[in-house]
Design a protein around this ligand. Structure first.
Ligand SMILES: [Cu+2]
Length: 166
């Protein structure tokens, strides 16, 4: 009986000290980062489907910002016939030129080696129900940057868009 009572008496004390410890730690950790002025991460979620369309074709980020891009292929057609990626090109690179070069780059999942230096970031090539997530720094130069799916014919079907750096 005494044991049981002790347990009940101890519980609120333990809970109280846990909460206090938690708060203390949080304050200590928050203080230095609050003044570091690191911009929040821009999280961009893209989906693609069997109609060869992205859900979003225009997105905005801040110059130099950390960007996280996720791409999910919602379709069901097998990968060999219908796969998607998300390729962000450097400023001034023509997406049509990239798409044309990509047609013969099946061995490298339609990322042509000859144009590797024209890419800022890209996801993997995704079959049905697959997804991928990438992180990169937004360009520091404001302007419009094209992105596209480089699977054959998808750019021509409208699988492209613009990332605006402000
Ligand atoms: Cu595609």
């Amino acid at each position: 009986m005494l044991r049981t009572m002790n347990k009940y008496l101890l519980l609120p004390v333990l809970a109280g000290s846990l909460i206090l410890t938690g708060c203390g730690k949080k304050d200590e950790a928050a203080a230095p980062t609050a003044s570091a002025a690191a911009p929040a991460v821009a999280s961009l979620e893209f989906t693609a489907n069997d109609s060869m369309k992205y859900n979003v074709t225009r997105v905005e980020v801040t110059a130099g910002q950390d960007v996280k891009v996720s791409l999910t292929n919602m379709g069901s057609i097998p990968k060999a016939a219908m796969a998607h990626n998300w390729v962000l090109l450097k400023k001034g690179v023509e997406p049509k030129a990239f798409a044309d070069a990509a047609v013969t780059a099946a061995a490298t999942e339609y990322i042509p080696a000859s144009m590797a230096d024209q890419i800022i970031a890209h996801t993997k090539l995704l079959g049905p129900k697959q997804s991928d997530e990438i992180s990169f720094k937004a360009p520091t130069e404001p302007g419009e940057y094209h992105f596209l799916c480089s699977f054959p014919a998808h750019f021509l079907s409208g699988m492209t868009g613009v990332l605006v750096v402000k």
